[in-house]
Every structure is written in structure tokens, then in C-alpha cells.
Design a protein around this ligand. Sequence first.
Ligand SMILES: CC(C)(COP(=O)(O)OP(=O)(O)OC[C@H]1O[C@@H](n2cnc3c(N)ncnc32)[C@H](O)[C@@H]1OP(=O)(O)O)[C@@H](O)C(=O)NCCC(=O)NCCS
Length: 204
Amino acid sequence: MRIKIIQKLIDKIRRKKKRKIEKYNLLKKGKDTVLLSNFSIAGGYEDKVRIGSGCMLACNLIFESDKGEIEIGDRCFINAGTNIISRSKIKFGNDITVAWGCTFYDHNSHSLDWRERVHDLEQEIKDYNETGDFIKNKNWDVVKSRPITIEDKAWIGMNCTILNGVTIGEGAIVGACSVVRENVEPWTVVAGNPAKVIRRIRHE
Ligand SMILES: CC(C)(COP(=O)(O)OP(=O)(O)OC[C@H]1O[C@@H](n2cnc3c(N)ncnc32)[C@H](O)[C@@H]1OP(=O)(O)O)[C@@H](O)C(=O)NCCC(=O)NCCS
């Protein structure tokens, strides 16, 4: 009896996980790509996402408006708790590893002018009360947005933050807990806040 109940529970969890992944069937994704159960696309913008083949993804892809684009190449691994938030474009090349808990944010969310931030809040409350969607009529004109590019063979360590406008060069490594706000040269290891070069990598 007890075994039957446990089996039923396991089946239920499996069905739930399967339904969640089937939801992303419309997604353009290559052969053999695995979307793990923590993978998600917030905002329902599956059409803004392109994923290559041979990837394993457990990250969250987030769009806060109808603009933005996320492209992931072939053989990329992006672990759970990593949020990729796009209003401009975030592009990952091939053979990239991203550890737990990173944030890729291709815009600043708010203006540098405090009055605009107060206006954001007033608009959010109005939109929430009227539509339930608190960023429906956000004024994006005052928000700086610039694309992020992660080139082939890069490795981003756990809990890193990659800010708007940054390109991380081919084969580069970003040390754990770094904040990257300037371009990273190919085949270098950078670390810290702000991330600085700590060594160069020999490669053929
Ligand atoms: C970046 C990394 C790979 C470098 O490893 P390494 O080449 O063995 O580096 P070292 O330990 O010899 O450190 C070299 C220097 O960089 C500094 N450094 C290394 N990682 C750092 C980090 N994350 N933040 C700040 N400084 C760092 C060290 O303090 C050392 O400085 P010093 O020369 O002044 O003493 C490693 O430190 C790291 O951050 N790994 C992350 C692993 C991870 O996130 N795994 C998750 C699973 S994918």
C-alpha cells in the first residue's frame, strides 16, 4: 500500500516535470539539447529564444518587455539559479560553461535620474492595479540597454554578474563572484569586482 502511494507520487512529479518541458516544444532548439526541470522562460516569449544542439540548460531566461533576444550556441552548459535577463540581446557562442547563480543583465532597469525612478514606481503601482502586470507601460526610453556577447569556449564561475555592453572573449575564464563591467580579452582569467586580469591562458 505504502509503496503504491510513493509510486503514485513519483509518477505525479514526473508528469509535472514532463508537462513543464513540453511547454517549451515551440522553442527553436537543436538536436540532443536537454532542458532540465529548473529551466524556465518568464514572460512567455519563447519566440525570442534560439538554442543550439548538444546543450544542457537549467537557467531562467527572462524578458520584461516585448523587446530582447537570447541566443545560445551549441554544446553550452548553463547551471541552475542563473538568470539571463534581456531587453537588448544576449548571445552565447559555442562550448560555453556557466556555473550556478550568475546574472547576465543587458540593461540598467532604471534611469540615473531619481525622478525617473520615482516615476517608474508610480507607473508600476498604476499598471499593477489596472492590469496585474506591473511593468506593462514602463518608460524604457530612459533605460540604458546594450547587448552582451559571450564568445566560444568561455567559462563563467559561480555567482558572477555580467553587466550590459560587455563582451567576454573566446576561451576567457571569469572567477567566482566576479562583477564584469568591461570587455574581457580572449584567453585571459579575470576575477574580482570590478573583474581584472589575474592570468593569461596558453592555447594552440
Ligand atoms: C578563476 C579560477 C578558476 C582561478 O583559479 P587559479 O588559476 O587556480 O587561481 P589561483 O587560486 O592561483 O589565484 C590566482 C590569483 O587570483 C585571485 N583569485 C582567484 N580567483 C578569484 C576570485 N574568484 N575572485 C577574486 N580573486 C581571485 C587569487 O586570490 C590569486 O591572487 P594572488 O596572486 O594575489 O594571490 C578560480 O579561482 C575560480 O574562481 N574558480 C571558480 C570555480 C567555479 O565557479 N566552479 C563552479 C562550477 S562550474
